[in-house]
Design a protein around this ligand. Structure first.
Ligand code: ADP
Ligand code: GLC
Length: 481
């Protein structure tokens, strides 16, 4: 029997993306199609994707809700079946998904994502177009109230899985929003969606979901500790029997160095020499000096406290003084943006910095760099290290969450066994990152050892092949119960 899944998310690549959540929702929707499952993704019709409404079918009219008219449109695009929430009063806006043009959260984000949750629950209960999901899969806090709304209905509803992509974002709002959200006040308790006197979308979801997953086995364990649980460790410990960590994959069609249109030169593990043309293109793009023989480190990241890039700012000068080149693509914290701009001013021919979000440049950097840095303080899974490995670019990562689960450190034993794929360090300090960068530079000097490690990285499975089976088996278990 084909399994019908409704994914509910605020992001889905390639349509609306600020980070890895989008990649995962988009990639999973596509691969599920090859596993006897049918996934439709419920996504707000943001202004940036309003073109998707052309030729879309209206499949449900929800009437006036959350302050304006709401319709659900159905459309297949880029191999993904989308259900789009057409609610112009909430989504037809300029700027980013979550932030207004002054860089602050939209003041009505509770309504914008409350509607996403409510629409997800209604479609879960009633279906659309004669299509009713067997399982609803809610992603992150923006979809956290889906299981809460499902539990408020009297009718029979499908089971719901909630995936935590990042517990740092919990969707916390004033209790006065309860009425506008249509939440039953009986749920405003310690065992419900109440959290220190406020409403928490994520906590509500964690309490009500039938199953909870997160995006790596290590993060699943970390989440139950006070160091990583960000206040929700107790709730998660109480649900430990229903919590599992299933490693993310990347879309290996979008991230394929053999066919990537954003590269200066495509290559495979058999034609590794061609990778060098991307390094030259990257050095030229950033106006950096060198003949390509110097190691080139990179960062592609949101610039936030989570990512540990303040430590990179401290550790990089030593490596740069030793001859390394460095490029960064990212945006976020003003302080980090300033810090990296200053680094580029200090080493204008060795450091290139681009503040912004640029999908094509991200691909070129993955192909052109020798190594990529992910020194995160916590990292639920991390996708950049997976993309890097697929492109033969060695990750230098902190030993946490999904980074710990996906990178094999080039320690003596791994080097002797010939299985290393990158470099890990712990704890997250500038000193330890510095050591890891030195180790990387030493290994880089040994061309054949480095190339062996590049090939290992490229062989490392980074797609969805093994994880999708676990996801499907979770869905089947729920649908059958
Ligand atoms: P997170 O979701 O915490 O930001 P991930 O590593 O899971 O981290 O995913 C980040 C995704 O966003 C990757 O696909 C990465 O290439 C992309 N990305 C991050 N910053 C940028 C940027 N400035 N420009 C383009 N892509 C970016
Ligand atoms: C989050 C996490 C990241 C993860 C991504 C997709 O944004 O920070 O580690 O890879 O979600 O699950």
């Amino acid at each position: 029997m084909t399994l019908k899944i409704l994914a509910v998310a605020s992001e889905c690549a390639p349509f609306a993306k600020t980070g890895g959540l989008a990649d995962v929702v988009g990639a999973l929707a596509k691969v599920l199609g090859d596993h006897d499952s049918e996934c439709r993704v419920l996504l707000p019709l943001y202004r940036s994707v309003v073109h998707l409404a052309e030729d879309a079918d209206t499949v449900l009219d929800l009437g006036p809700r959350f302050g304006g008219p709401v319709r659900i449109l159905s459309k297949r695009a880029e191999g993904i079946d989308l259900l789009l929430i057409d609610a112009p009063h909430l989504y037809d806006r300029p700027a980013q998904i979550y932030l207004d043009d002054t860089g602050r959260d939209w003041v009505d984000n509770h309504l914008r994502f409350g509607l996403l949750c409510w629409a997800g629950a209604v479609i879960g209960r009633d279906g659309v177009d004669g299509w009713r999901p067997d399982v609803v899969h809610a992603h992150d806090w923006q979809a956290g109230l889906v299981p809460v709304f499902l539990s408020q209905f009297d009718e029979e509803t499908p089971p719901c899985v909630l995936t935590i992509h990042n517990i740092a974002f919990q969707g916390i709002f004033q209790p006065s929003t309860m009425g506008a959200l249509g939440l039953n006040p009986a749920g405003f308790t310690q065992d419900g969606f109440e959290y220190f006197g406020n409403i928490s979308f994520l906590k509500g979801g964690l309490v009500q979901a039938d199953e909870i997953t997160t995006v790596s086995p290590t993060y699943a364990r970390e989440l139950m500790t006070s160091e990583f649980g960000m206040g929700l460790e107790g709730v998660l410990r109480s649900r430990r029997d229903d919590l599992s960590g299933i490693l993310n994959g990347i879309d290996t069609e979008i991230w394929d160095p053999g066919s990537d249109p954003a590269l200066a030169q495509t290559y495979t593990s058999r034609t590794l020499k061609r990778k060098a043309a991307n390094k030259s293109a990257l050095l030229e793009r950033f106006g950096l000096s060198g003949d390509g023989s110097e190691p080139l480190f990179s960062v592609i990241s949101r610039l936030s406290e989570q990512k540990g890039l303040d430590i990179a700012l401290q550790a990089l000068p030593d490596a740069i003084e030793r001859g390394a080149r460095f490029v960064l693509l990212g945006s976020g914290s003003a302080e980090l943006e300033k810090g990296f701009a200053e680094l580029a001013q200090r080493y204008p021919d060795r450091v290139g910095v681009e503040i912004g979000f640029d999908e094509d440049l991200a691909h070129l950097i993955q192909a052109g760099a020798d190594a990529t840095l992910v020194p995160s303080r916590f990292e639920p899974c991390g996708l950049t290290q997976l993309c890097a490995m697929r492109y033969g670019t060695l990750p230098v990562v902190s030993k946490t969450g999904g980074l710990a689960d996906t990178v094999i450190d080039a320690n003596e034993a791994a080097l002797a066994a010939g299985c290393a794929t990158g470099f890990q360090f712990a704890p997250v300090t500038a000193e330890k990152l510095s050591d890891a960068l030195s180790r990387a530079m030493d290994l880089y000097a040994d061309r054949s050892a480095w190339q062996k490690q590049m090939r290992n990285a490229m062989k490392h499975p980074v797609g969805w092949d093994s994880s999708v089976a676990k996801v499907v088996s979770l869905y089947r278990g729920l649908a059958g119960s």
